[in-house]
Design a protein around this ligand. Structure first.
Ligand SMILES: NC(=O)c1ccc[n+]([C@@H]2O[C@H](COP(=O)([O-])OP(=O)(O)OC[C@H]3O[C@@H](n4cnc5c(N)ncnc54)[C@H](O)[C@@H]3O)[C@@H](O)[C@H]2O)c1
Length: 263
């Protein structure tokens, strides 16, 4: 299910005040969509919404009621919603031994439960549209490449990827399309925002020690890839060709395990 034109469409982008969310919101606006961005800090939210021409609604994606009132407000103010981008996320990278149970909960609450909340509150609206609707889930290659330092982050993104793939099947005949955005390194505030993880302190590991040696992409280039993906009805959008090898190597290892099953 491809999007021919974004004119007249209403899109919601969570975590839209910086990074990938902000760039994608701006691109959707350039394409003619009405865009609602969410953020938690009202000053930042208002200033970014004014800067890019979006509407801002304060939302915490970890809170089901907050996301439900976001959906209610979008419908009350705009009458419909066509594209939902579950983008808000946090990305702390540290060894498993350093991450506390609270860190895991924080990551899962945002990266996994945030997507569950978005889907629960918005899918009924998407499927009730005569022309259907689109979900974009911002995941990460950490969902498919399990490098040291990514235990909590990779697990949360793998869970969200599985969820999105199931939703794609369950809603295929309800005219709802899911696009899985699978980025690698993008120039955003993710590293500094990761310092708000519950156990972060002066002795914490440095994020940079766990980042793969890849070029850092401009979020506007990532947004352009998503727009193309939506136009083409893509299931997946990757950002770095360099991540193909490790992902294929993992799939190959899994495939070889089947060869070892005795007949
Ligand atoms: N930057 C990268 O290299 C990279 C790579 C792969 C995936 N991603 C994913 O891209 C998405 C966007 O991140 P980004 O890189 O643009 O970083 P970012 O930190 O610039 O943006 C993330 C946004 O999510 C918001 N957010 C965090 N917790 C929230 C909550 N509980 N409720 C509402 N909003 C919340 C933040 O305030 C921020 O605006 C995330 O899901 C991230 O995991 C980023």
């Amino acid at each position: 299910m491809a999007i021919e034109s974004f004119q007249g469409k209403v899109a919601v982008v969570t975590g839209g005040t910086s990074g990938i969310g902000k760039a994608l919101a701006a691109s959707l606006i350039d394409e003619g969509a009405t865009v609602v961005i969410t953020g938690r800090n009202p000053e930042t939210l208002n200033s970014v919404a004014a800067e890019i021409g979006a509407h801002g609604i304060q939302t915490d994606v970890t809170d089901a009621q907050s996301v439900q009132s976001l959906a209610d407000q979008v419908i009350a103010e705009h009458g419909r919603v066509d594209i939902v981008v579950n983008n808000a996320g946090v990305g702390p990278l540290a060894p498993f031994s350093e991450l506390t149970l609270e860190d895991f909960k924080w990551v899962m609450d945002t990266n996994f439960w945030g997507v569950v909340h978005g889907l629960k509150s918005f899918l009924p609206h998407l499927e009730s549209n005569s022309g259907g609707g689109h979900v974009v889930n911002t995941l990460s290659v950490a969902a498919l490449m399990h490098a040291p330092g990514t235990s909590a982050y990779g697990a949360s993104k793998a869970a969200a990827l599985a969820l999105g793939e199931v939703i794609a099947k369950e809603y295929a005949d309800k005219n709802v399309k899911v696009l899985n955005l699978v980025p690698a390194l993008v120039e955003t505030r993710i590293n500094e925002n990761a310092t708000s993880r519950p156990s972060h302190g002066p002795e914490s590991s440095k994020m940079e020690d766990f980042l793969p040696p890849l070029p850092v992409k401009d979020p506007r280039d990532v947004a352009a890839l998503v727009i193309t993906g939506l136009r083409e009805g893509a299931d997946y959008v990757f950002t770095h060709p360099q991540t193909r090898g490790p992902i294929e190597a993992r799939a190959q290892k899994i495939s070889e395990a089947f060869d070892r099953i005795p007949e």
